[in-house]
Ligand binder design. Sequence first.
Ligand code: FES
Length: 101
Amino acid sequence: MKNYSFSILNTAQTYELRTGFSLLNNLQMRMIPTRGKCGGKAICGRCRIQILSGCQYCNMPAAEEKAVLSEQELQAGWRLACQTTCIQDITLYLPQQDDKL
Ligand code: FES
């Protein structure tokens, strides 16, 4: 069985992707700090990440996610890490704690 990965462009790190888990869970399993405050309930909107490549391998945004992110943000690849799952390799931008988003 092939292993897939997620790469964080702005930290130049690549990690094994656990495909059955959200990207937020994947980040947390690697002890990577995230900005999320609502425990993955799609309320705070602070766990947003930008998928730079591999959008086609991610689930489609659900209504909860569309309530938080604008259509323009979704078109630009922004997703809520707590609501996003992927089935193949992706590259993402992970906002840092002090980024104003
Ligand atoms: S953790 Fe709050 S929206 Fe994802």
